[in-house]
Design a protein around this ligand. Structure first.
Ligand code: ATP
Length: 217
């Protein structure tokens, strides 16, 4: 699913956030990327998600060589093949749960009624069938994150990348969100979770540890 070969990312100013990292993630894996603050986890997620291009090295996602794709092709690949979940949810304020999810399907070319139907179905699947019309400020943190996950997976992407998905949640809501991610993995989605929470990482079948921009095991 993912192959990084000698990937280096240097930011302007000279920080080497990724230092010749090589990593393979198989289709259907559930992987945690852990490491201390500043070790390069978010940079890794940006590179894995094609949100950022490396300074050197090769990134392959599915069978695509990312370096060979134009920005427009990369955006299309990202929209269709990769779902993102962030610590701070990133939902549109003042917009209902169902519209937040349906708007994530704009790229599909489905008609508005079909997008809405699909959004409702996914929200039911994540246990929010009774919260369809709620706007973000009317939802709990855990519910907001479940809406964000519903939006990320509504288009059925084979790859889901989550950056500290439980970081802003209390432990009960965090557990619910983790269980949802485990369910998606069980359904066949490749899931990569960035976390500095050791307890969460310990529950994942594979952990990739980072330190100073390198993978340590
Ligand atoms: N846009 C940027 N410009 C310059 N330096 C950056 C930029 N983004 C990150 N860095 C630097 O790159 C290094 C890795 O940052 P990154 O955010 O990937 O770490 P992280 O492991 O996700 O940290 P945290 O757990 O604190 O979020 C840090 O030293 C950081 O200061």
């Amino acid at each position: 699913m993912i192959a990084l070969t000698d990937v280096t990312k240097t930011y302007p100013g000279g920080v080497t956030a990724l230092d010749a990292v090589s990593l393979e993630i198989e289709r259907g894996e559930l992987v945690g990327i852990t490491g201390p603050s500043g070790s390069g986890k978010s940079t890794m997620l940006h590179v894995l998600g094609t949100l950022d291009r490396p300074s050197a090295g090769r990134v392959r996602i599915e069978d695509y060589d990312i370096g060979a794709l134009s920005d427009a092709k990369l955006s299309a690949l990202r929209a269709r093949r990769i779902g993102f979940v962030f610590q701070q949810f990133h939902l549109a304020a003042g917009t209902s749960a169902v519209d937040n999810v349906a708007d994530g399907l704009l790229y599909t070319g489905l008609r508005p009624a079909e997008r809405r139907q699909r959004a409702e179905n996914v929200l039911r699947r994540v246990g929010l069938g009774t919260r369809l019309a709620h706007r973000p400020h009317e939802l709990s943190g855990g519910e907001k994150q479940r809406v964000a996950i519903a939006r990320a997976v509504a288009g059925d992407p084979p790859l889901l990348l989550a950056d500290e998905p439980t970081g802003a949640l209390d432990s009960a809501s965090g557990t619910e969100v983790l269980e949802l991610l485990l369910e998606l993995h069980a359904g066949g989605t490749t899931v990569v979770i960035i976390t500095h929470e050791r307890e969460l990482a310990a529950m994942l079948p594979r952990q990739v540890r980072m330190r100073d921009g390198r993978v340590t095991d």
